[in-house]
Structures are given as structure tokens and as C-alpha cells.
Design a protein around this ligand. Structure first.
Ligand SMILES: CC(C)[C@H](C(=O)O)[C@@H](O)C(=O)O
Ligand code: SF4
Length: 465
């Protein structure tokens, strides 16, 4: 029987299936961080049980870490406590930790791929919604809650019912100045922040196939922002080339064996998806969000949709979102003031993102009243950026290159955007207060963020390249 890619990987991991019950699904890799693991460790302690397969668990400190002076003790008390707890728990339960100061430390969804921990065909979970990022390799990767973290610790399995499948095809060629972030913001703006609810999404089509691994990660990362359980892309030569030689990737005979299996990981020609959507890459412009969920996005030169054009029941919340942002319906955001530019997060903090920004700003200066933060996704990205001299370009432009962590993606550490300020951000969520109480977030691509940094206002990057 023909199968979708999700079905192939899922079925290969079912330990037990019983009619009328969720499957018992084997989990190959469990990633953890300081926010969603403490209660799960406490649960184990209360029950007096160990982590069943600690070698299949990897930990990092990312959400609560400062991005300046990481060698000093963490100033915020709660953050320090969270990070200390993770260190203590990992030591007690025998889990490898890439904590502050470790050369592999970084955002959990950045370090998995770069270390070769993320591989095609795997099942991967983390107590974090953006675990979908790892799907870029053709893995089933999804976020879980803290009680499920405890379940995986104890059994290396999860009770899960098989998701519905959706295929999203993007075909054709992208316009100049348009990248992966614009593709995913465009898709979410078309199907809404709830449009993927209940589905596992496979991204396909020529525009997706032509993307680098890092760009594919940007796409899969935001699957959760349309409510999907996860997103993935069938592995191909681009995937294999990326994985080969990485620290924990299979080597020698193991590599050959793995590769032979990975080459079987695609949706069969006549596989049936529960839903199929198709988009044309040429229709996608540089995107920006104007509201308080990632579905409230538009081409940067368009006008904010009219409140009257919304379904009547949604008008009050639509208007509330625009009020929060200080925007009027049917107006443009082009030229709007920008106070902060944040280039970072598990969506856009990898070396290609930094290179793209650097090549745009080389020889340019940031606008004087804008604060620009570049936060690499990991120590390795930071190191590489410096080796390539990107730090010098950022410095000359007046950008601040900080140390790795989730940073201003969410207000859980010292990096917060002040109330009322506008932040053009390469992160993935623009919820009220996400970047700090009353901060206003506009989600964009790294290139659009770089353009805003240089002009000090919302700018159509197509006019500058
Ligand atoms: C803190 C964590 C649980 C959360 C998530 O699950 O996504 C965070 O990473 C986020 O992006 O909001
Ligand atoms: S960078 Fe942002 S979205 Fe990604 S894991 Fe950290 S807080 Fe969540």
C-alpha cells in the first residue's frame, strides 16, 4: 500500500497499536531545555525511577540565558534558578548538557541539526513547540508538554494518535529579495494561524526542493504557527550533503546503511493526503505581520486588510490587535518607525541568515535611532560568524553581535523590547507581550530586518537590492 512520508516514519516507530487507543510511539531523540524539564525530573524523583535511555536525551540552556557576558553569573534570579536546575538535573540523571560556556550551547532547534543529532527518519520530541524545525530533515519532530516529557524520560515512548496529513506544494521561482521566511509567512497568512490544526504537513514542490537545509528549517519551524502538529520535508541530496560528516552523524558503514534507508523516505507517488494545498512562488512578496498572531501577515507593500472585510464575529479582536500595534486598517506599514531590529531565534539565527544580513549591510550603517541585535543561534554559529569576519561587518554597521540564546524572541530573559516600541523581528511569534510587556512585534525575513535596520523604518527590501 502506498504511504505518505509521515506514515512511513510513524509506522516504523510504533511499538504497539491497538484499535481505539493511541499508538505507543518510540522516540529516537529527546531534546530538553531549562523551561519545560524541571517538573518532569521532579516527577521521576517522586517515583524513584531513572531516565530510561539517557543517551538518547540531549540538553541545552537557551531560553533563560543572557546574551551578554555569559561568563558571569546570571543576574535574573528566576533565570539563574532555571539554568542551575537543569545543570543539577542533568548531572543527577546522566544526561549530556550543552550548558553555558560549552562550545555546543545554543538554541535547542539550532544545535540538533548542526551537531548531526537531527537525522532523516527519526522521531524527535522536545518540550517546545518549535521542535517542528527538525522536520526539515525528513524526521517526525514535534513539541510535547511537560507531563509528556516525563513520559519520554521514563519510557522513551509516547502515547500518540496518528495525525492527519496535509501536503503544501510551493512551485516555481521566488522573486528577488524573497526567501524561506517569506514563503512560510505567506502560507500562514493564506490559511490562518489555525489553518493547519490537527495536521502533520509535508512541504513539497520545486520552490521547496531548491531551498538549502537552513532555509527548509525556517519553513518547518513555523508549522506550529498555523496550528499544525509538525511539518517535514522529504530528505534529498541537499539533506544528505548537509548531514554528512557532522559530529554525531553516522560514519563509515553505518553511514552507508543509514543513507540507503533515508533514500526510501519520500511520499509514494499515489499516497493519499487528507488535504493538499498548492501555491505559486512567484506570487510571494517580502512579507510582514501587522497584527498579533503570525497569520496577520501581508506583502510588505500591501495595505492592512479592512476591519469591515473580516467576519463580523472577529472584528473586535481584529481591531484590538491593530490598536495594540498602533496601526489603522486599510493603511500601509511602509515607512513606519522601527525602534529595534532583532535578528535571531530558532527561525532565523543560523549562519546563512547572518551571512545574508552581512552581505546586505556591508558598507552601510544602521539608522542612528534604531537598536540592532544580532543573536546567533549557537556557539558554533557565533564562532563561524567571527571566523568569516561577519562580526567586523556588523560592528562597522553599528549592529550588536550578542551571544547565543532565545533572547528577544520571548521575554523570558534580560533581552526585552520596551513597552510601546516597534521591533522588526526575524522570530516566529508576534503575540501581545511576546517580546516584553506591550512591545510591538513585526515578523519579517532577515533581509527585510536588515533593510529596516539601515533605514530606521519599515522598508521594501526590493528597492534596495
Ligand atoms: C518556553 C517554551 C515552552 C516555548 C514553546 O513551547 O514554544 C517557547 O520556546 C516559545 O517559543 O514560546
Ligand atoms: S528561539 Fe524563540 S521560538 Fe525558538 S525555542 Fe527559543 S523561545 Fe521558542
Amino acid at each position: 500500500m502506498s504511504k505518505t512520508l509521515v506514515e512511513k516514519i510513524w509506522d516504523a516507530h510504533v511499538v504497539k497499536r491497538e484499535e481505539g487507543f493511541p499508538d505507543i510511539l518510540y522516540i529516537d531523540t529527546h531534546l530538553i531545555h531549562e523551561v519545560t524539564s524541571p517538573q518532569a525530573f521532579d516527577g521521576l524523583r517522586k517515583r524513584g525511577i531513572p531516565v530510561f535511555r539517557p543517551k538518547q536525551t540531549v540538553a541545552t540552556a537557551d531560553h533563560n540565558v543572557p546574551t551578554l557576558n555569559q561568563h558571569l553569573p546570571i543576574k535574573e534570579e528566576l533565570s539563574r534558578y532555571q539554568v542551575d536546575m537543569l545543570t543539577k538535573n542533568c548531572a543527577e540523571f546522566g544526561i549530556e548538557l550543552y550548558g553555558l560556556g560549552h562550545p555546543y550551547q545554543g538554541i535547542v532547534h539550532v544545535i540538533g541539526p548542526e551537531l548531526g543529532i537531527t537525522l532523516p527518519g527519526k522521531t524527535m520530541v522536545c518540550g517546545d513547540s518549535h521542535t517542528s524545525t527538525h522536520g526539515a530533515f525528513g524526521a517526525i519532530a514535534f513539541g510535547i508538554g511537560t507531563s509528556q516529557v516525563e513520559q519520554v524520560f521514563a519510557t522513551q515512548c509516547l502515547l500518540q494518535s496518528k495525525p492527519k496529513t496535509m501536503k503544501i506544494e510551493v512551485n516555481g521561482t521566488l522573486q528577488k529579495g524573497v526567501g524561506a521566511k517569506d514563503i512560510i509567512l505567506y502560507i500562514i497568512s493564506k490559511i490562518s494561524a489555525a489553518g493547519g490544526t490537527g495536521y502533520f504537513i509535508e512541504y513539497a514542490g520545486s520552490a521547496i526542493r531548491s531551498l538549502s537545509m537552513e532555509a527548509r528549517m525556517t519553513i518547518c519551524n513555523m508549522s506550529i504557527e498555523m496550528g499544525a502538529r509538525g511539518g517535514l520535508i522529504a530528505p534529498d541530496q541537499i539533506t544528505f550533503d548537509y548531514v554528512e560528516g557532522r559530529e554525531f552523524a553516522p560514519k563509515g558503514k553505518e553511514w552507508d546503511k543509514a543513507l540507503a534507508y533515508w533514500k526510501t523516505l519520500y511520499s509514494d507517488e499515489d499516497a493519499i493526503f487528507d488535504k493538499v494545498l498548492t501555491f505559486d512562488a512567484a506570487d510571494i512578496a517580502p512579507m510582514i505581520t501587522y497584527g498579533t498572531n503570525p497569520g496577520m501577515g501581508m506583502g510588505i507593500a500591501e495595505h492592512i486588510p479592512a476591519t469591515n472585510a473580516q467576519p463580523e464575529s472577529e472584528r473586535p479582536s481584529y481591531q484590538k490587535a491593530l490598536d495594540y500595534m498602533g496601526f489603522k486598517d486599510d493603511s500601509t506599514v511602509l515607512g513606519n518607525r522601527v525602534d529595534y531590529v532583532f535578528i535571531g531565534s530558532c527561525t532565523n539565527s543560523r549562519i546563512e541568515d547572518l551571512r545574508e544580513v552581512a552581505s546586505f549591510v556591508k558598507g552601510k550603517q544602521k539608522a542612528h535611532d534604531v537598536e540592532v541585535w544580532i543573536v546567533p543561534g549557537s556557539k558554533q554559529v557565533e564562532k563561524q560568524a567571527k571566523e568569516e569576519g561577519l562580526d567586523k561587518i556588523f560592528e562597522a554597521a553599528g549592529f550588536q553581535l550578542r551571544e547565543p540564546g532565545c533572547s528577544a524572541c520571548l521575554g523570558m530573559n534580560e533581552d526585552k523590547i520596551p513597552a510601546g516600541k516597534y521591533c522588526v523581528s526575524t522570530s516566529n511569534r508576534n503575540f501581545e507581550g511576546r517580546q516584553g510587556p506591550n512591545a510591538r512585534t513585526m515578523l519579517v525575513s532577515p533581509l527585510t530586518a536588515a533593510a529596516a535596520a539601515v533605514t530606521g523604518k519599515v522598508t521594501d527590501v526590493r528597492e534596495l537590492i
